[in-house]
Design a binder for this molecule. Structure first.
Ligand code: 1CP
Length: 346
């Protein structure tokens, strides 16, 4: 099977040590990324230039020999493809021309999504051709609630006051946006699989800001509907879910029976996850990204603790969130060594 240890693990096969890849494994912490990044001013233009996207996707694979690559792109290419204005202000993160009124939803359209995102699909096609057979290639998308956060807040946020107020006070119109995003994400993931992605991950980075009932409604249910929609077109593609900071709710609402793996944030204890989640579904995670900055003995102890808890079951080693820019690349190399040299204790 191409895609090696990572895909085999998702299919239920066990290896002596788990596969490893890292969220945000391509990025500013790598000098070779910064060198390519500096050749294009606009971040979106960078994402839409297949030569550059392929190159930076391959960089962490060449350097660290990880078991999976993730295509270099961003979750905000979907609102961009739907016709919302998106840009990245230097040092400030993403900015969007915020939606302030439901009447503006009418301006968003899926009609040109495939054409608009053709460079992403081209980058996937070329990356798959260049990757070693045993390295899996992941496609990805933001889940509807997280996309709606950026689309309504107009960028990152601390309180998420606008998007939450809209969802709570005007659920009918919020549902229109979520439904449009479900269809757009199914399209985008389907095209990524058509282009050669071996598996896909859905990032619901801000799911954890919703109280329980709203969480089911606006985060977990849309994620399940996306997985079902994608499986109509691609019945066997592995789909990973990352509903960040939702705690034990990660176990609920049919996530374990719908997805191939659950990616856990750092807030979920490895011991609890091994007992309560792993018997139902493959677990991915959840080293604190700042442990990777700290390195040394602290990182070694914590990575080994997580391996000792989760490494005996169905498991993919990863972080609890993305690699941060101040991470020393040598610490990543050391982490890969720790995972590959781990010996199960019994
Ligand atoms: O040049 C740069 O350094 C810009 C920083 C950057 C990078 C490297 C952004 C802007 N996006 C990306 C790439 C990216 N984004 C990838 C592919 C690379 C990889 O993983 O190796 C992926 C999977 C994402 C996903 C993404 N973008 C998420 C979901 C995962 C998560 O981190 O929670 C989110 C929320 C975004 C939005 C976004 N794009 C960029 C930034 C800085 C942000 C976060 C802004 C915020 O905190 O609100």
């Amino acid at each position: 099977m191409s895609g090696g240890k990572f895909l085999e693990t998702l299919a239920g096969k066990r290896h002596p040590t788990p596969p490893i890849w890292l969220m945000r494994q391509a990025g500013r912490y790598l000098p070779e990324y910064r060198a390519v990044r500096s050749t294009t001013r606009s971040f979106l233009e960078f994402c839409y230039t297949p030569d550059k996207a392929v190159e930076v996707t391959l960089q962490p694979i060449r350097r660290f020999g990880l078991d999976a690559a993730i295509i270099f792109s961003d979750i905000l290419v979907v609102p961009d493809a739907l016709g919302q204005k998106v840009w990245f202000a230097e040092g400030e993160g993403p900015k969007l021309e915020a939606l302030t009124d439901p009447s503006q939803f009418g301006r968003l359209s899926r009609a040109r999504l495939q054409e608009h995102l053709a460079p992403v699909y081209e980058a996937i096609r070329r990356t798959r051709a260049e990757l070693p057979r045993e390295t899996a290639l992941l496609g990805f998308a933001g889940a509807p609630f997280t996309l709606a956060c950026y689309m309504i807040e107009g960028g990152g946020s601390k309180e998420f006051g606008k998007v939450k107020k809209w969802a709570y006070a005007h659920p009918e119109s919020f549902k229109l946006l979520i439904d449009l995003l479900i269809d757009a994400v199914v399209d985008h993931l389907g095209h990524q699989v058509d282009a050669g992605a071996d598996a896909v991950q859905l990032f619901d980075s801000w799911a954890g800001v919703l109280p329980e009932e709203q969480l089911f409604h606006w985060s977990l249910d849309p994620m399940v509907r996306i997985a079902k929609g994608l499986r109509v077109r691609h019945p066997h593609v592995p789909i990973l879910a990352f509903p960040r900071a939702v705690g034990p709710a990660a176990l609920m609402y049919r996530l374990p029976e719908t997805f191939s793996a659950l990616s856990l944030d750092t807030g979920i204890g490895a011991h609890w996850a091994a007992k309560e989640i792993q018997p139902h579904i493959c677990v991915q995670g959840n080293l604190d990204p700042i442990m990777l900055v700290a390195g040394g003995e602290a990182m070694e102890r914590e990575a080994t603790r997580i391996l000792d808890k989760l490494g005996h079951g169905s498991y993919v080693f990863n972080l609890g969130h993305g690699v941060v820019p101040q991470t020393p690349p040598d610490h990543v190399a050391r982490l890969v060594e720790i995972v590959r040299n781990w010996k199960p204790s019994s």
